[in-house]
Design a protein around this ligand. Structure first.
Ligand SMILES: Cc1cc2nc3c(=O)[nH]c(=O)nc-3n(C[C@H](O)[C@H](O)[C@H](O)COP(=O)(O)OP(=O)(O)OC[C@H]3O[C@@H](n4cnc5c(N)ncnc54)[C@H](O)[C@@H]3O)c2cc1C
Length: 82
């Protein structure tokens, strides 16, 4: 039989705001649960802001190297894997 637990606070969403709130509440002594249905980090860390900026940076660097647009730098056999 499942054991039921009681919490003072349940935070829904393992995102930066969510886990910061959960950690802070635990530090203040509240019995806290953090619930995440998918991946810790949420949209920004897993699919949105961070991956997007990384891909944009890679694409920009690839384009500059391929077209010799970085002064003093030349490169051969440039490839892109994304
Ligand atoms: C491609 C892309 C690029 C972006 N770039 C930027 C940018 O450069 N700058 C910027 O400011 N914003 C950007 N954003 C927007 C930004 O990612 C979102 O505004 C932000 O992530 C929203 O945060 P949130 O905590 O409200 O929701 P989310 O990050 O979506 O988090 C919600 C979380 O709650 C969980 N959840 C939901 N319901 C439940 C449930 N019932 N039980 C358990 N868990 C649940 C979900 O699984 C998810 O992990 C971008 C978004 C995308 C898609």
């Amino acid at each position: 039989m499942e054991e039921k637990q009681k919490y003072d606070l349940v935070v829904i969403g393992g995102v930066p705001a969510g886990y910061t709130a959960a950690v802070k509440a635990a530090e203040y002594g509240y019995h806290t649960a953090l619930v995440e249905a998918d991946s810790l980090g949420g949209t920004c860390l897993n699919r949105g802001c961070i991956p997007t900026k990384t891909l944009l940076y890679s694409a920009e660097l690839y384009e500059k190297l391929k077209n010799g647009r970085i002064p003093g730098v030349s490169a051969e056999n440039i490839s892109c894997s994304v």
